[in-house]
Write a protein that binds this ligand. Sequence first.
Ligand SMILES: [Zn+2]
Length: 254
Amino acid sequence: MIGPLLFILLSLGDLAIHSTEGCENMEIVSRAEWGARESLSNETMVTPVPHLFIHHTAMSECNNFASCSQMMRTIQNFHIDDRGWDDIGYNFLIGGDGRVYMGRGWDRVGAHTYGFNRIAVAFSLMGDFSHKLPSELMLNATKSLIECAKNENHVISNYKLHGHRDAGCTECPGSAFYNLIKTWPHFVGGPIPDRLKARTSRRVRREENPLLWEQPTAVEPVAVGISSSCFATGFRNHLRLFFCKASEARTEKP
Ligand SMILES: [Zn+2]
């Protein structure tokens, strides 16, 4: 008796995953499915939002449902227990298995990009894409998720696409991947003027501060300070250094 019931439930679950309008090309793994802890906050944003940020996790890759679900739990534990945030920081993550894993979802305030957590959704690809590109499977899932965001009105139709580094002193989402998203529709880049940032609450500022710096990893926390990338040559990097110093000054008094 349990067998047929389970089959029906799984089938219904499958139907729910694939029937979302505008998002037919991807499979979203729910928080229950990857074994999420309960969020400590359910604060919502005003949607549709004008910005869409791309990140990488700068952690290990995963290649199937079990390992990607485990990675989701690891990242969530790191963000809650070590960073002191309310939940996993991003709105959605993309696994090496091509699945989309739900983080905070479409309409919840995130902890991903300093100054933009109330006016942006953030997608993070699991892995480190500094020196190589994500797989076609991951890239296709990311593009479907962006299309889904637009078609379902989670972002405005003329949304602005950025890499995390456009808004902070970080290498995220990795140079190799960043060079690719520069070619995608709606890419705007940065640095993004401070005046575009939304006013943030004390709680959100607390969540955002560590993300001014290099994307953290679970095994190798990055020291607080100006990232070495910001000392690199070139006009663009001079701008980034200026931005980093401004960010540093701003976070001295949280
Ligand atoms: Zn990032």
